[in-house]
Design a protein around this ligand. Sequence first.
Ligand SMILES: [Zn+2]
Length: 126
Amino acid sequence: MTAAAPRASRWPREENATRIRSVSRQGELDVLRMVLEEQYARHHTQLALLARQGTRPDATAGADTAAELTAASRRALDDLARALRHLDQGRYGTCQRCRTDIPIECLAHRPAARFCPRCDAASTRR
Ligand SMILES: [Zn+2]
């Protein structure tokens, strides 16, 4: 009695794994696009609300906070617009310093991240 030889895989194991990983990454990026667009819309609305609040005569008490919130929303809009532009150009999720893929977990946490955790840590240490 002879045991059947294990059937050879059509693709080498490594290549197959890469193929599956890149397909699932594309799926994750599609979800992240929705997150980015949703965050962009939210900051856009917040800026509009803050601008209206700024014209009210009784708004002076919270002026500092409103200015801080406005600045933060403007920065966020810049970051989100850049991330969406990169998505369209197919270079979203790539570290702008070392060009490696930023892990999906990091992008899920900070969709507008520009650097991988390693480069991010290196830049904040300076
Ligand atoms: Zn990097």
